[in-house]
Design a protein around this ligand. Structure first.
Ligand code: IMP
Ligand code: MG
Length: 179
């Protein structure tokens, strides 16, 4: 393990099993339908790459990137700016938003407002991680990998200052790294 990390929270093999499970549930829920899987850059890319290979349905992928205004890297402010938008019109489509983690929920709640205004046929959220204790808005994912405690985690797509996204497991960063 790298020296900036305190402990491994979710091991690689455990992740593989969970992602397969999520893929099976999604496949069942959308049977007979097509999906537009929308990844929120950049944190979702690792999870999304694994997840879509476990979804046995016709699907397309697209990405959005948003940035929260305001300073600290471990905290989001809620005010969100679109850095990259979807390529196509999503009216009538079944959107599945893929997120790395829902923390305060502010980012996602803003995104849902934007996307709902575009009149998709349906819209659901699949998040790999969830920090329920940090929520500032009432919001729940339709598909949820793991609930985790209020600790800052990295790996499997999640970053601290753009680092650690490539770790194949999820680890807790040493608090002295960001305090
Ligand atoms: P929210 O708007 O507070 O829900 O923030 C969501 C975003 O904050 C995620 O997409 C991550 O980019 C980032 N984030 C929140 N918690 C963590 C964490 O523990 N590790 C890495 N990134 C995090
Ligand atoms: Mg981030």
């Amino acid at each position: 393990m790298e020296r900036d990390l305190q402990k491994v929270l979710i091991a690689e093999e455990e992740i593989r099993i969970k992602v397969r499970e999520l893929g099976e549930i999604i496949t069942r829920d959308y049977q007979g339908q097509e999906l537009l899987v929308v990844g929120i850059l950049k944190g979702s890319v690792v999870f999304m790459g694994d997840l879509i290979r476990e979804i046995k349905l016709p699907l397309q992928i697209d990405f959005m990137e948003v940035s929260s205004y305001g300073g600290k890297t471990t905290e989001s402010s809620g005010a969100v700016r679109i850095l990259k938008d979807l390529e196509r019109n999503v009216e009538g489509q079944n959107i599945l938003i893929v997120e790395d983690i829902i923390d305060t929920g502010l980012t996602l709640s803003y995104l849902l407002d934007i996307l709902r205004a575009r009149k998709p046929g349906s819209i659901k959220v699949c998040t790999f991680l969830n920090k329920p204790s940090r929520r500032k808005v009432n919001l729940q994912a339709d598909y949820n990998g793991y609930d985790i405690p209020d600790e800052f985690v990295v790996g499997y797509g999640l970053d601290y200052g753009e680092h650690y996204r490539n770790l194949p497991y999820v680890a807790v960063l040493k608090p002295e790294m960001y305090t």
